[in-house]
Ligand binder design. Structure first.
Ligand SMILES: [Fe+2]
Length: 389
């Protein structure tokens, strides 16, 4: 249980500290019940573990920040004034089994002035992807995953007694706002328990030469991975699946599910839910079974931004807004049959604007570049994000 002493200690979580700052700025109090929930109960019972009775109208998110590069994107992020910012992974590029190196990368990130300003003024919530988890495309067999998890939780300010520290991963869930205007944020961990990838793509011995040949012919170039047909293949692992089931039982009006890799893109051949078809189908069926309304997927990892949409064999039309990367420029987009937008191959971040108007509420999904221009914009009626009887 969080007490008054720990609330004021220097080890209080960044998200919570930022919430306090935000509340002080807006003269809005954190819900007393939410305070009691923080750090309480078993890991399974403790989520959603942070709540704010202030209504959210603008949430930002991003992924893929290369620490050795200039990061001018933060000026545009700060100018957009998000009320909450989500980091969807590859927040630093550790790419190491040496935890001293990983800690140094985080320390370097902390020195980025724009990030430091965001962290000091804006509530943030975080998950990881392969490069801050450990290594390129790494999964559950990465030998330093538990040590890396501790480095992650320490850097992002998770308190020593937080139930999140007892999990098989860094997944977490949060709730913001009063009933009728409630936003649930679910951040998944797609690394800690992920079974091995299937590679190379069948029939391709040397991926690089194959990809180069396709590129020269002007053809799309899928990545080097194939779908894993094994029904036991998973990204989440069973404990996280059970946890996710409980989160989707939580009443909420908008549910932002943060996934470090793309959920709906089909078929890029790089890492994504499409490689784990059983997991992908299980996720869709879970939304249907729990009648979990208001779901919008947010994803990263690709080093470009795009919007994907799936409206076949789903409980309602599903959307996946990919924003990546905060510092990256990517030469070419990979295939995606579910893409419904331009591909933005310059540094970018995502925005979700919610216009709370009762039954007429809208959710606008945007991708913004570092000049502050909205390069992708899609307005959704919240009423359409629901399972009809
Ligand atoms: Fe990644």
């Amino acid at each position: 249980m969080l007490n008054a002493e720990s609330f004021t200690s220097s080890r209080r979580p960044w998200l919570y500290r930022s919430l306090v700052i935000a509340c002080a700025l807006t003269m809005t109090a954190i819900a007393p019940t939410a305070r009691a929930e923080i750090g309480a109960g078993t890991p399974e019972q403790s989520d959603p573990h942070v709540a704010l009775d202030r209504t959210l109208t603008r949430i930002g998110f991003g992924s893929c920040a290369e620490g050795g590069k200039e990061q001018p994107i933060w000026e545009a992020v700060l100018a957009a004034r998000p009320e909450l910012f989500l980091f969807l992974g590859d927040n630093v590029y550790g790419d190491t089994r040496d935890m001293a190196v990983l800690r140094a990368k985080y320390a370097e990130f902390a020195q980025q002035p724009g990030f430091a300003q965001l962290r000091a003024t804006t509530p943030i919530a975080v998950t990881w992807d392969d490069h801050d988890f450990g290594e390129d495309d790494a999964g559950g067999d990465y030998p330093q995953k538990e040590a890396s998890r501790q480095v992650f939780l320490d850097f992002w300010g998770e308190p020593a007694d937080s139930p999140r520290r007892a999990r098989d991963g860094v997944y977490a869930s949060y709730v913001f706002g009063p009933p009728g205007q409630r936003v649930q944020v679910i951040l998944l961990d797609l690394r800690y328990n992920r079974t091995p990838l299937v590679k190379p793509e069948p029939g391709v011995r040397n991926y690089r030469s194959w990809a180069r040949a396709r590129y020269k012919k002007g053809l799309e170039v899928p990545g080097p991975y194939a779908r894993n047909p094994d029904p036991k293949a998973t990204m989440l692992g069973e404990r996280q699946w059970q946890w996710l089931e409980r989160q989707l039982e939580t009443p909420a009006d908008v549910r932002l599910i943060g996934s470090s890799v793309q959920v709906l893109a089909d078929f890029p051949g790089w890492e994504g839910w499409s490689l784990f078809a059983h997991d992908q189908q299980r996720l869709i069926e879970l939304i249907r079974r729990k009648r979990a309304n208001g779901v919008v997927f947010l994803s990263g990892d690709m080093h470009y931004a795009e919007l994907s949409k799936l409206d076949v064999n789903v409980p309602y039309t599903l959307w996946d807004l990919t924003s990546s990367g905060l510092t990256e420029v990517w030469p070419a987009a990979t295939p995606n049959a579910n893409r419904v937008s331009d591909v933005i191959r310059e540094p970018n971040f995502g925005l979700i604007d919610i216009d709370w108007q009762g039954a007429e509420t809208t959710v606008t999904l945007s991708v913004v570049d570092q000049r502050g221009a909205r390069r992708i914009e899609q307005r959704l009626a919240l009423a359409d994000l629901s399972t009809r009887p």
